[in-house]
Ligand binder design. Structure first.
Ligand code: ADP
Ligand code: MG
Length: 619
């Protein structure tokens, strides 16, 4: 008997397992996606390691994933998923499967425990449960694994991790079968009695097609058994004739005679059961295919599986290109339907982790470094497969090639194209894009000088006249003689409130449109932009406002202002004296209609809004 080492699960594993057990039945399907994704990761790791350590490849010839679904005679069912990837030694079996090493899992746990079962179910769909999703369908799980050979470990042995769905511990032991795998991992799920549907190869095929066929570039084979008719061997055939002869009665003898006439030409056939491996992902990966042959559903499924997003993408663009330095590539870029929660928490710090770079179908990295994309676009999800880079290209090497720089501007160009196309072609989707990315475009216009004009064109604003306008539409709507883009900003206020402000009374009455800015980014945006299409922005709460249709020239106005100031000097002096602690100056104005006075910010001074922001950023 092989000595077995017993380990208790860590407490968070126990918590996770509880969720698995209580989770909704309807999310069980994901177990296969998770296990295939792990097998694929293990093969990717092997391939990457092999670039520097050739010996890891010995042990098994193929790099593939195989699935067997078996219904045993006693009515139980098993699924066996095997890969020839990097494998695990006994320590790795213990830490990788006995603890929660996954980065996303603690977040998952926190959220799942604070939500009801439906919510937890959705979360499972979103995050996946990794290896633990095995227990959604299995009572007992065996993981046999042989680590890949290395200079440190020249003759690795095969070990088993074993655990039951409701046990608080797991066992690790040397596989009594010896090294049957050569290299890699074999996961055996002993199915729960109510999960026997998964022994149906049709069911497995359906799941792989939906979730995994496009995400693995390594072949996935499904084992099936098929009835086949094969010629009966010579001596076997003779024996069969004899056997048959013994049994024939009068009626059948005539049939037998008839058959005998053709016997010399046509061999006798018999039914046998043959093993067959069906290649389930024989289509090229989705990004290599002609976009015309890929359905929307395929793009969506691929996105959800690759980027682990439970929501469908808002838009995507599939294209091939040439970096300009001789690197040709194929790419798909996706616009997610939501931003990560962390996006606005860490302005200017997030860098993209979702540009999956492959070279000739081989995954290389999804971390292209800090300058991969500007912050505003760091949410974009991309798969890119380059033809003409060396397979062993490292990130450092990549950065020294011009390819990354070129890739960056190509991604941005296409991303802006997708977004611009949405404005033109799909008003409904565009509304969604605005609600998610409205502020992102403003941030982009400030941050990304090179793409500023295109980003500004995507921004929208509320005004005293309408809910949404672009700056170009604003300019088309400007009144004759109007020389400025009017805006009123009050961070944290509402557009309704702003629309009633004394500052726009007169403008509104005279038919001028005023942008109503309520988001901190709005004001940063106009202050950075200053001018759009050679028309400058004017804060209507600041001195210096000009309507453009004044009856008098600025000189005449100055004269009149002077005269009025003379006339009202006693009043102004009195006001200045009384209010000297709160205002810097008191002047005569022509900007009000019904209100009798307004407090206005200095032309060069901070507006109340920016002051608010400055003080809040110090606290
Ligand atoms: P994740 O894949 O997100 O890391 P999982 O729970 O799916 O989390 O897997 C946990 C860990 O177990 C993996 O990170 C990996 O180290 C290891 N593992 C799981 N399946 C395999 C496998 N088939 N081959 C090698 N290692 C594996
Ligand atoms: Mg995993």
């Amino acid at each position: 008997d092989v000595p077995k080492q017993k380990h208790d699960y860590q407490s968070d594993v126990a918590r996770l397992r509880k969720i698995v057990i209580n989770s909704l039945y309807s999310h069980r399907d994901i177990f296969l996606r998770e296990l295939i994704s792990n097998a694929n990761d293990a093969l990717e790791k092997l391939r990457l390691t092999s670039l520097t350590e050739k010996e890891v490849l010995s042990g098994a010839e193929e790099m593939n994933i195989t699935i067997k679904a078996l219904k045993d005679d006693d009515g139980t069912g098993r699924i066996i998923i095997t890969d020839t990837g990097i494998g695990m030694n006994p320590e790795e079996l213990t830490t990788n499967l006995g603890t929660l090493a996954r980065s996303g899992t603690s977040e998952f746990l926190a959220r799942a425990e604070s939500t009801d079962t439906t919510g937890a179910g959705n979360l499972i769909g979103a995050f996946g449960l990794g290896f633990y999703s095995s227990f959604l369908v299995a009572d007992r799980v065996y993981v046999a694994s042989v680590a890949a050979k290395s200079s440190k470990n020249p003759s690795p042995a095969q070990y088993v991790f074993e655990s039951g769905a409701d046990e608080s511990s797991f066992e690790i032991y040397a596989d009594p079968r010896g090294n049957t795998l050569g290299r890699g991992t074999e996961i055996t799920l002993v199915l729960k009695p109510d999960a026997l549907e998964y022994t149906d190869p049709q069911r497995i095929t359906e799941l792989v097609d939906k979730h995994s066929s496009f995400s693995s570039v390594f072949p996935i084979y499904l084992y099936t058994q098929r009835a086949e008719y094969v010629p009966v061997e010579e001596d076997e055939a003779e024996k069969k004739d004899e056997d048959d002869a013994e049994e024939v009665d009068e009626d059948e003898a005539t049939v037998e005679d008839a058959e005998d006439e053709t016997k010399s030409q046509e061999p006798k056939m018999k039914e046998v059961t043959v093993d067959e491996w069906i290649h389930m992902n024989s289509q090229p990966p989705i990004w290599m295919r002609d976009p015309k042959t890929v359905s929307d559903e395929e793009y969506e499924n691929f996105y959800q599986a690759t980027f682990k997003d439970y929501e469908k993408p808002l838009a995507w663009h599939h294209f091939s290109g040439d970096s300009g330095s001789g690197v040709s590539f194929k790419a798909i870029i996706y616009v997610p339907s939501h931003l990560d929660e962390s996006y606005w928490q860490n302005p200017l710090l997030t860098n993209s982790r979702d540009i999956r770079l492959m070279v000739k179908r081989v995954f290389i990295t999804s971390d292209l470094g800090e300058d991969a994309l500007p912050k505003w676009a760091s949410w974009v999800k991309v798969v890119v497969d380059a033809e003409d880079l060396p397979l062993n290209v490292s990130r450092e090497m990549l950065q020294s090639t011009r390819f990354l720089k070129q890739l960056r501007s190509i991604i941005l160009k296409h991303l802006l194209q997708v977004l611009t196309r949405t404005v033109e072609e799909d008003p409904e989707k565009w509304t969604q894009v605005q609600s998610v990315y409205g502020n992102v475009f403003k941030l982009g216009a400030v941050e990304d000088v090179k793409n500023r004009d295109k980003l500004v064109a995507l921004t929208r604003f509320s005004t005293n006249q309408r809910n949404s306008t672009s700056l170009d539409e604003y300019l088309e709507n400007k009144k004759k003689g109007q020389k400025q883009i009017f805006y009123l900003a009050d961070m944290g206020s509402t557009t309704d409130h702003l629309a009633k402000s004394v500052f726009i009374e007169k403008l509104h009455a005279r038919g001028y449109e005023v942008l109503l800015l309520t988001d901190p980014l709005d004001e940063i945006f106009v202050q950075n932009l200053r001018v759009w299409k050679r028309v400058s922005f004017q804060d209507v709460a600041k001195a210096g406002l000009r309507f453009g249709d004044e009856d008098m020239s600025p000189e005449e106005e100055k004269e009149e202002q002077k005269a009025l100031t003379e006339e009202f000097k006693p009043l102004l002096d009195w006001l200045k004296k009384e209010a000297k602690d709160v205002v810097r100056d008191v002047v005569i104005s022509n900007r009000l209609v019904t209100s009798s006075c307004a407090v206005v910010a200095d032309m060069m001074g901070y507006t109340a809004n920016i002051e608010k922001m400055m003080s809040s950023s110090h606290s």
